[in-house]
Design a protein around this ligand. Structure first.
Ligand SMILES: [Zn+2]
Length: 282
């Protein structure tokens, strides 16, 4: 069994066929965690997860780009997309109530820092400060709910690492279990080691099927600390590059990791599933 630990079938790209894709994925040996990015998509992730007796889980959270009004436009290796984010004021209680007493909500995410998509008309240091302050509140929310976190980071590792280190020192130091994952990991081996020291996992998307930047890291990093994901609809792997991504394609990420490590793909499938069971309690 595979598990796609990060996909967005709750986004509007799937508004006409999310259930069909969910059923197709489950039929294709693939479970999934649907990840929210603001109130509406978080609630929708929970609604989908509630509909299925097993194999579909939800993460809820407020993504840093949804703290400001930003025209988001992307045309790079990870795919083409365009949308306008509308600023949301973080409402602790909304997310707390959504997660509380629901076993299908397995994480708080995605949350983090994004210095790549910034508003053009605002004071940037203030925008960054606000992202950091809200991230700290969201980390506390996760802690209060005893849930792990799914961290998003774009161009912001030097600010992210100290925040996570402080949080780890204060709340997580004595825990043996990993307490979260840095999703779509973009850093180098040294940075991966820093997150590992904080007892965090890293996860990879279809990006590794066509970009070689992480080959050495993947060869050297312990499989017990790696998760796999699609980030669908974005980041479709080879051979679906440029198309809309979906959970069943997570097997191509597993196959690429197996190839780099010189092991059997089944081993990656089983270990990454066990990793997700341990971290998210799925
Ligand atoms: Zn995502």
């Amino acid at each position: 069994m595979y598990i796609d630990t990060h996909c967005h079938l709750n986004f509007k790209d799937f508004k006409d066929d999310a259930d069909a894709i969910i059923r197709k994925s489950l039929g294709d040996n693939t479970q999934m965690i649907l990840v929210g990015s603001e109130q509406k998509t978080s609630r929708r992730a929970v609604e989908y997860a509630n509909k299925y007796p097993e194999g579909v889980y939800a993460a809820i959270g407020l993504h840093p780009i949804h703290l400001e009004d930003i025209a988001v436009k992307n045309d790079s290796a990870e795919g083409k997309y365009e949308f306008t984010s509308r600023a949301e004021k973080f409402d602790y209680d909304y997310y707390y109530q959504l997660a509380k007493d629901n076993k299908k909500v397995v994480a708080i995410g995605e949350i983090g820092l994004d210095y790549f998509h910034l508003p053009v008309d605002k004071n940037i240091p203030e925008v960054k400060d606000k992202q950091q302050a809200i991230l700290k509140e969201l980390l506390l929310l996760a802690h209060n709910l005893s849930l792990p976190v799914i961290i998003h980071c774009r161009d912001a590792h030097p600010d992210l690492l100290p925040i996570l280190t402080d949080f780890y020192q204060q709340y997580k130091k004595d825990q043996t279990k990993e307490w979260g994952v840095v999703h779509c990991f973009s850093g180098d081996q040294k940075l991966a080691g820093e997150y590992q020291k904080l007892n965090l996992m890293i996860s990879f998307t279809g990006l590794i099927t066509f970009a070689k930047n992480w080959d050495e890291l993947i060869k050297n990093f312990p499989l017990a600390k790696i998760m796999i994901e699609t980030d669908a609809p974005y980041m479709a792997p080879v051979p679906y590059r440029g198309k809309r991504n979906e959970p069943a394609y997570v097997k191509y990420v597993a196959e690429r990791i197996a190839q780099l490590k010189g092991i059997n793909a089944k081993e990656v499938e089983d270990m990454t599933f066990a990793n997700a069971q341990r971290v998210f309690g799925v």
